[in-house]
Write a protein that binds this ligand. Structure first.
Ligand code: SAM
Ligand code: SF4
Length: 422
């Protein structure tokens, strides 16, 4: 029996790709291994959005040299955003890696395995199932070219999947026990513009909302320029669409937004937030922020911090700007912010957000929330609310995969804790 070991880093898109890869290998008769040493096939799914992620990938690759030396028969594969058209260069850097395939090129792995006589006799269904939740990519790539971002260079142009295709996959996932589906895209709210009939995310959500057995629908990540009134209305009116929108602002200063080439101003973003809050009662809003973009002054950073405090997001993912080779910012903007300043700015946003999130979550104490239970962690059940808040609770009854009503009795900035209601 052949075994595979799959290591993943990066965003939900990478996790979704890994789930597909695992489902594909399971279908071929491979079994998961507990460590690279115990595997016949080791696959690394890489991320290069920030230097820190890339460093972790190269460290893992270096560690695999010893594995290959101890067992020359082990096959090593590299996928994800480190791989584009640079396989020859990568082969020079990592000669112990046997196969390189890009995030959209599972076929290359398949071809390589077939040359080793390891292909399945019948086609394996490539379906990702992470009971009771699943990720479903609906639009690949990105056409935006924000000046700091490497994603469009590695994931290519935007390409949406037809609604019928997605609905078919979601029906199959539900048949296998999935209750919550998260639709994925770098700009998921731009879904459909490249398809012949130009459907939008609202059409897709409406179609999926009609699938019996599906309980919740989510989508990630939205871009402020594409968050239309139709999408906001759809989230408000469709019973399965969860009241949570991740809407990265990236900066709270117009000059910085312009240099990032985000295509909106702070005022536009504020208006959008007001509109979302007025149409979707109880909506949770989360965002991404980059601090220390080249040339960001103390005052410009203050504007970002002030915006975070003003909007009071449910969560903020803060990243220190990381120079990515080939991007416009790396080629043209030389005025780097020093690392200690970036670190301080990151800490300031995180500290402000921790206080805000604690305040928002504390208001839930004493209330009952609906939790979709994903599993058990250290003896306690763990799941998420419709607003994507992490909840822990104890219950001797098996709750896996169920919806539970939980009365919250404690709250932290990143979690809630409570008792299941009967
Ligand atoms: N498409 C989404 C958007 O428009 O915001 C996000 C996709 S990106 C892969 C995920 C997050 O990584 C971004 O929101 C941004 O905050 C962060 N990111 C991307 N490039 C970065 C860079 N060069 N340095 C630091 N953070 C970066
Ligand atoms: Fe990167 Fe901007 Fe595209 Fe998001 S919208 S993936 S930040 S280029």
């Amino acid at each position: 029996m052949a075994h595979y070991y799959l290591w993943t880093i990066g965003c939900q898109m990478n996790r979704a790709d890994s789930e597909r890869l695992a489902a594909y290998l399971d279908g071929m008769g491979y079994k998961p291994a507990a460590s690279p040493e115990a595997a016949d096939l080791v696959l690394l799914n890489s991320c290069v959005v920030r230097q820190s992620a890339e460093d972790r990938v190269t460290h893992q690759l270096d560690c695999l040299k010893a594995v290959k030396e101890a067992n020359p028969k082990v096959a090593i594969g590299l996928t994800g955003c480190l791989v584009d058209s640079n396989a020859a260069e990568l082969k020079q850097r990592f000669p112990h890696v046997d196969v390189f395939f890009g995030p959209q090129a599972l076929g290359n792995l398949e071809e390589w395995l077939s040359t080793r006589g390891a292909l399945p006799e019948r086609e394996a269904p490539v379906l990702a199932v992470r009971f009771p939740t699943a990720f479903v990519p609906v639009i690949q790539g990105c056409d935006s070219f924000c000046t700091y971002c490497i994603v469009p260079f590695r994931r290519g142009r935007e390409k949406s999947r037809p609604i019928a295709d997605i609905a078919c996959e979601v029906r199959e996932l539900v048949r296998r026990g999935v209750k919550e589906v998260t639709l994925l895209g770098q700009k998921v709210d731009a879904y459909g513009h490249d398809l012949p009939e130009k459907p939008d995310l609202a059409d897709l959500l409406t179609e999926l909302n009609g699938i019996d057995g599906l309980v919740r629908l989510r989508f990630l990540t939205s871009h402020p320029n594409h968050m239309s009134g139709r999408i906001i209305e759809a989230v408000a009116s469709l019973d399965k669409a969860c009241e949570h929108i991740n809407l990265p602002v990236q900066a709270g200063d117009d000059e910085v937004l312009k240099a990032m080439r985000r295509g909106y101003r702070v005022g536009d973003y504020r208006k959008l937030i007001d509109r979302i809050r007025s149409v979707i009662p109880g909506v949770a809003l989360t965002t991404d922020v980059i601090v220390g973009f080249p040339g960001e002054s103390d005052e410009q950073f203050r504007h970002t911090l002030d915006l975070v405090k003003e909007i009071r997001f449910d969560a903020v993912h803060v990243a220190a700007y990381s120079r990515r080779p080939g991007t416009w910012a790396t080629r043209h903007l030389k005025d780097a912010v020093r690392s200690p300043i970036k670190r301080d700015r990151k800490r300031l946003v995180e500290a402000a957000q921790a206080e805000i999130a604690q305040g928002i979550n504390t208001r839930l104490v004493g209330q009952a929330v609906e939790v979709l239970v994903e599993g058990k962690e250290k003896g306690r059940w763990q799941g998420r609310t419709r607003t994507d808040k992490l909840v822990f609770f104890s219950d001797p009854v098996d709750r896996a995969g169920q919806l539970a009503q939980v009365k919250i009795d404690r709250a932290g900035p990143w979690w809630l804790e409570g008792l299941a209601q009967r």
